[in-house]
Structures are given as structure tokens and as C-alpha cells.
Design a protein around this ligand. Structure first.
Ligand code: PMP
Ligand code: GLN
Length: 450
């Protein structure tokens, strides 16, 4: 039973003393937490990153490059650090001026409109914080937020912490078996999407290129979503952190660039993904000033701003990309070219051990159906967990290979249908991919000979 809070120092001190000496399930602990934390305490990244570290694995799990960012951006960071006292002090709360200016210039050219650097952009601690500010700023208790599945897992807890209600719609594979599967085969049903809209629908969240599937939404698919947003006066939250990573001629399209969508879209970006520097934690949200001002309210009252020198370096990086855009010198061209080869290599390896990958059109992940694997799952510590969670834990513990279970990217109501997939990350050194290949092939050979 929740007791009314007693806010005096003596009782707070007493509670903290009691807590440090009590098991976490004590009544004391239960009454301390805020209600909005209920149901959001589990996190696949915390769980699987910890497990991977414990077993010292070949890591194709968490999505980060195991190689360095390009030298121009590392030099930019060094220059920023040596660039004078101001680089080590606070900067403008909503984004370091050189960074918001170049982001506005860069993306203004892409969406074909003038972007106001001071009004329309908020620089955040990674795309994560941009997403958090968005949900906190826009979602009221009882608001419904439509989330396209599979989805980057944090959307769900972030909606719930805003006291909103997530409403899910899965992308569904057009064909269920056969060679040559592609993320392009996974589609949204427009009638089903329309049926999910209610008078309480406030926003729809899309992620293109998608994590974990790699789907790149096509213009007609985005137009269908845009038409519904406009018709029902819904905000679109578009997570585009993998925007430069598309393959085989696929083109990333910003939904904010479609007619009538800038006014109602918050676009999320990540310098971590853009420049292969996930640890820098620089991200942004971009959209019309009348929406962005609410995100800024959350930001100014929580984080205030992200590290000045990192923002300065990202600004320099974007300036270079602005100048070389579309040429062979552009990192936004070089990175997908490099990943294209790694993507083919991983796919070939999976096929060689009898797994059929779903070829991603974009991003740096690949999912594969593992229901054909013959594994004796007798680990009692994972009993009762979803099949893909058990397989991934088994792979970590028994084979020294880390991947990520795909049902973690689904709501509880739909996760049962997607437990047969696991996700591999291919933004890794060739030597890491080779080590993963060796593990898979060795295991396969043993299986054949058994
Ligand atoms: N969105 C998606 C789809 C992601 O995969 C990630 C993970 N990088 C994020 C947002 C968070 O990005 P960041 O590391 O910039 O916080
Ligand atoms: N976005 C990355 C992934 O999907 C990392 C997420 C995280 O570590 N929280 O693997």
C-alpha cells in the first residue's frame, strides 16, 4: 500500500538508511519509487551488455563500432579541447551555436526549407535524450502513441513514463519463407494503421532505417503515414539515427520533407551513429519552433546542455560533410560503402551455417530466423524466458558470441510471434566478423559430425 509521502529531512534520511540495509523488495523500497517507474525497470542493453562483459565474448550484440571514428572528427575533438578556455565551460543550453547553425544549414538543404538554428533545433545527450525530451514534452496522461514494431526498445518506457499509452502495429513479412528475404518485405498495413487511430492518438513513432530490421521506409509508405497524420492531426516522431546507412541504391527519405509534415514532425538524429562515435553522446531533435519550445523546456530543466567540446567537434564534422556532400570524400558516403561489404560478409557467413538472414536495406543490424537451430536449452537459469532470449544467452555462455534477441523490440502482445529471430550487428572490424564466423562455422561442423 502506498503511504502519502512525508517530506522532511529526518524521514528521508531514515528511509535512505533503512534502504541501504534492507533487501530491495522491502516494503520501504516499494513505497519509495515513483509510480511511473513501474513496468519499465528491465532493459535489454543493461542485461545483455553485462552478460557479454562477464563472458568476454566476440561482440556482435550492442550496436556500436569497434573501430575508431574517422581521423578528421577525432582531430576536431582534439582541436576543440585545445581551443581555449570556453571549450571547457558551459555553452548555450539548447545547442552550441556553431553546431545548431551548421545542422540548420546542412539539413535545410536536405529538407528543402530554411531551418532556424535557434528555434528549430535542440542538441541533446545523444538521440536517447532527444527522444526522452520529445515524449516528456508532448505526451499527457491518457494520450495514445502509435509505435511501429519492431521498435527501438526505449520508445515504450519513455511513453509510459510520460503516462501515455503505447499502441502497437507490427510490420509484417509479406512472405514467411524462402531465399532472398529482405527487410523490404516487411510492410505496414495501411488499414490496420488507420484502425489504430483514436481520438486520443497524439503521435506516431517511426524509425527509418529501422533498428533491428534494417527496413528503409519508401516514399509511398511515408506518404501513407503522412496522410494519416495530417488527416487526424497527429504528430510524427521520426527516429532517423541511421539516416546515412543505406545499401543497394536505397535512399533515406525524411518524412519531414513531405508536404505538410514539417509542421508536425520531430526528427531525431545522432552524431554517435553519424560519425561512429557513440560514446560522445551528441544527438539532436529538429522540428518546427512551436513544438521544439516544449522539448527545450524539458531539456533546460533536466540536462541543460551536452558537453561543449563534443558539440564543437560535431559542428566541425558537419561543416566538412557540408563541404564534401555527395563526393567520395564524404564520410556519409564512405561509411555505408564500408558497411555494405561487412553486411554481405555477415550474410554469407550466416547462410554458410544454414541460417537465412533478412537482408537489411539500411542501418547496421541484420536479423535471422534461428528456429531451425538444434540447441539443447537446458540452462535452468533461463527457464521460462522467451526462446530468443534463451538462445542468445546460450550463445554467449556456451559459444562466446554475443547477439541480441529480437522479441525485445516488440510489445508483450506481439513478442511471441517474433521469438524466432536474433539480431547481429555488423559495424565491426573485419577481424571481429572473422572471429564470429569461426565460432559459427566451428559449431556448425560439430553439429554435422554429431
Ligand atoms: N534510436 C535508435 C533507433 C537507436 O538504435 C539508438 C541507439 N544508438 C538511439 C536512438 C540512441 O542513440 P544515441 O546513442 O545517440 O543516444
Ligand atoms: N542503439 C544501439 C543498439 O541498438 C545501442 C543501444 C544501447 O546500448 N542502449 O544496439
Amino acid at each position: 500500500m502506498l503511504r502519502p509521502p512525508v517530506l522532511n529531512w529526518a524521514s528521508l534520511w531514515k528511509r535512505s538508511v533503512v534502504l541501504t540495509h534492507c533487501p530491495s523488495k522491502s516494503v520501504m523500497a516499494c513505497e519509495l519509487h515513483a509510480k511511473r517507474l513501474e513496468g519499465v525497470d528491465k532493459n535489454i542493453w543493461v542485461e545483455f551488455t553485462q552478460l557479454a562483459a562477464e563472458y568476454k565474448v566476440v561482440n556482435l550484440g550492442q550496436g556500436f563500432p569497434d573501430f575508431s571514428p574517422p581521423s578528421f572528427i577525432r582531430e576536431a575533438f582534439c582541436n576543440a579541447l585545445n581551443g581555449g578556455a570556453s571549450m571547457h565551460q558551459y555553452t548555450r543550453a539548447f545547442g552550441h551555436p556553431p553546431l545548431v547553425k551548421i545542422l540548420a544549414k546542412f539539413f535545410g538543404r536536405i529538407v528543402g526549407r530554411e531551418i532556424d538554428p535557434m528555434e528549430d533545433i535542440l542538441v541533446t545527450v545523444g538521440a536517447y535524450q532527444a527522444l526522452f525530451c520529445t515524449f516528456q514534452a508532448l505526451i499527457n496522461e491518457g494520450d495514445e502513441v502509435i509505435i511501429v514494431e519492431p521498435f527501438f526498445d526505449c520508445y515504450q518506457p519513455m511513453v509510459m513514463m510520460g503516462r501515455g499509452t503505447p499502441v502497437y502495429i507490427p510490420l509484417k513479412p509479406r512472405k514467411s519463407t524462402g531465399p532472398g528475404l529482405s527487410s523490404a518485405d516487411w510492410v505496414l498495413c495501411s488499414e490496420e494503421l488507420a484502425s489504430k487511430i483514436s481520438p486520443r492518438t497524439k503521435a506516431i513513432v517511426i524509425n527509418t532505417p529501422n533498428n533491428p530490421l534494417g527496413k528503409v521506409f519508401q516514399r509511398d509508405e511515408l506518404q501513407m503515414i503522412a496522410d494519416l497524420c495530417i488527416k487526424h492531426d497527429i504528430i510524427c516522431i521520426s527516429d532517423e539515427v541511421y539516416e546515412w546507412l543505406t545499401y543497394d541504391g536505397e535512399k533515406h527519405i525524411k518524412i519531414a520533407s513531405l508536404p505538410g509534415m514539417w509542421e508536425r514532425t520531430v526528427t531525431i538524429g545522432s552524431a554517435g551513429k553519424t560519425f561512429s562515435a557513440t560514446g560522445w553522446k551528441v544527438g539532436w531533435a529538429m522540428g518546427p519552433g512551436h513544438i521544439m519550445k516544449h522539448l527545450k523546456t524539458v531539456h533546460q530543466n533536466s540536462v541543460y546542455h551536452t558537453a561543449t567540446a563534443a558539440q564543437e567537434a560535431v559542428a566541425m564534422g558537419f561543416q566538412k560533410e557540408y563541404d564534401t556532400f555527395g563526393t567520395e570524400e564524404s564520410y556519409f558516403k564512405q561509411l555505408p560503402a564500408m558497411l555494405h561489404a561487412k553486411r554481405l560478409r555477415l550474410a554469407e557467413c550466416l547462410r554458410s551455417v544454414g541460417l537465412e538472414p533478412i537482408m537489411p536495406q539500411g542501418g547496421y543490424f541484420m536479423i535471422t530466423d534461428i528456429s531451425g537451430l538444434k540447441v539443447d536449452l537446458n540452462d535452468p537459469s533461463t527457464k521460462g524466458e522467451p526462446y530468443d532470449f534463451r538462445i542468445v544467452k546460450w550463445l554467449i555462455k556456451e559459444k562466446g558470441l554475443a547477439t541480441i534477441p529480437v522479441s525485445g523490440f516488440y510489445s508483450q502482445e506481439h513478442s511471441g510471434d517474433f521469438q524466432k529471430y536474433i539480431r547481429f550487428c555488423f559495424v565491426k572490424e573485419d577481424s571481429t566478423l572473422k572471429a564470429a564466423e569461426d565460432i559459427l562455422k566451428q559449431w556448425r561442423i560439430k553439429q554435422i559430425w554429431l
